[in-house]
Design a protein around this ligand. Structure first.
Ligand SMILES: [Zn+2]
Length: 81
């Protein structure tokens, strides 16, 4: 049921998750964030604009963590329930 206007909203729990991985730029050493890179690809450093190839992450490990945390829902702070 949608909340009616004017009524205070109930805090919403997480309903999905993404893991952020960091890759160090070979030129300026900035840690470039990449969300769940499961495919080999080129990324661009947002500091020096260099494009460089990255080694992807193993999808199985990511899948395991997603299951463990029920897609983010099990990660919610239990004090809020
Ligand atoms: Zn850079």
């Amino acid at each position: 049921m949608p909340d009616s206007p004017g009524r205070p909203l109930t805090p919403v729990p997480p309903d999905g998750m993404e893991m952020l991985f960091f890759y160090k730029c070979p030129r300026c050493e900035r840690h470039v964030p990449v969300p769940s890179p499961t495919e080999p690809k080129m990324i661009r450093c947002d500091n020096c604009q260099l494009s460089f190839p990255i080694i992807p992450i193993d999808e199985h490990g990511l899948h395991y963590i997603r299951i463990m945390l029920a897609g983010g829902q099990a990660a919610a702070d239990p004090d809020f329930f």
